[in-house]
Design a binder for this molecule. Structure first.
Ligand SMILES: [Fe+2]
Length: 272
């Protein structure tokens, strides 16, 4: 994989890469997932991410899974995903998770797969006392999100607001450094409310390289609503294409109206 895209990734928080996965592996990976059709978060959605975990599969004599998982693992090595993530982070990094899951179109009933949100936002916890610590804002994942089925408008693409990772980075930084107070900023309405607080708005805009970026972002999200602007920011990608993104970006899983979806994710984190 070419490293020339890293500047674009830093700037926009995301890049889209066509034909990321070769047809041989696409078919192989897809067939494996279609056998069990695991839901997101279910135990069979997780793929071995290290030689140690692969050895466990072997010791259990689970040869089918061992071979399949080894192919997923080998693909990351072949594509030098770790190397790419290390250049992006500017630090050593590690593979924290590989998973692949199946979204059944019938389950989503015209609703977004996941509404607009940013990751690493404490799940929108309303009680600040329940948050053990506000982690280092640099502790953020880089996600390689590979589509194993076609996605398009209203059908399973991960919509995103370009450059929004820079806004959420400043929010996490301000909270971590005790410059602004925590209040929920996970979903769209929480982000809007958070930035309506003058102290928060001022902190974020003053710390951005370009202070106008915050107003541009607020304009973009002003009328964004899962119930009205269904396909704003949707796009089309083919099975085997991928997006790579900083998990701080404001994103959602768009509606899934026409067909089922399968995705494969490789998630890297920096050593801090
Ligand atoms: Fe997310």
């Amino acid at each position: 994989m070419e490293n020339k895209n890293i500047n674009e990734l830093r700037k926009n928080g995301i890049i889209r890469i066509p034909n990321f996965l070769d047809t041989y592996n696409l078919k192989k990976f897809k067939n494996f997932i279609l056998k069990e059709k695991p839901c997101k978060g279910s135990s069979n959605s997780y793929i071995s991410k290290s030689y140690k975990e692969l050895m466990f599969k072997l010791l259990k004599l689970d040869l089918v899974k061992f071979q399949a998982h080894y192919s997923f693992f080998k693909f990351a090595k072949k594509m030098k995903l770790k190397n790419f993530s290390q250049i992006y982070f500017g630090k050593k990094s590690y593979l924290s998770m590989i998973d692949s899951y199946y979204n059944n179109q019938k389950k989503f009933d015209n609703k977004s797969i996941i509404p607009w949100h940013t990751d690493m936002a404490h799940g929108g916890q309303t009680d600040v006392n329940k948050i053990k610590e506000f982690p280092n804002p640099l502790d953020v994942s880089l996600k390689f999100f590979i589509y194993l089925t076609d996605v398009y408008k209203d059908n399973g693409c991960m919509s995103y607001i370009p450059c929004s990772h820079r806004i959420t980075f400043q929010i996490r930084k301000g909270i971590h450094e005790n410059k602004i107070d925590y209040s929920p900023y996970c979903n769209l309405s929480e982000i809007k409310s958070f930035l309506k607080i003058k102290k928060n708005y001022n902190y974020v805009s003053q710390n951005l390289d370009n202070s106008d970026d915050l107003d541009v972002f607020l304009d973009k999200i002003q009328n964004l609503d899962d119930l009205k602007s269904f396909d704003d920011y949707d796009y089309e990608m083919k099975a085997g294409d991928a997006i790579i993104f900083d998990e701080g970006i404001v994103h959602r899983g768009s509606r899934l109206i026409h067909s089922d979806r399968i995705v494969l994710r490789y998630i890297y984190r920096p050593y801090l």
